[in-house]
Design a protein. Structure first.
Length: 81
């Protein structure tokens, strides 16, 4: 009884595995042929978020230094010479 149930369970697991592998291979082939696959609704936002945070930090540091130097009278502007 139990050995036959275990065999049936293992066979069903192997069938599910082979089905999922074939589905993965199909989606890989589709994603290779089409650059933007429609099945991938979740977008990776790491790069745009990183770029915006980096730019905000750089412009913030630049603006801070400009204000700091201007408040101390050390800001060099070529048209004021």
């Amino acid at each position: 009884g139990t050995t036959e149930e275990k065999k049936e369970f293992l066979e069903s697991l192997q069938n599910e595995r082979s089905k999922s592998v074939s589905v993965e291979q199909r989606t890989r082939r589709q994603s290779e042929t089409t650059p933007m696959s429609s099945s991938d609704n979740e977008r990776d936002l790491f790069i745009p978020i990183f770029a915006l945070v980096s730019l905000a930090g750089l412009f913030g540091a630049y603006g801070y230094e400009m204000l700091r130097l201007a408040s101390r009278g050390e800001l060099y502007l070529p048209w004021n010479s």
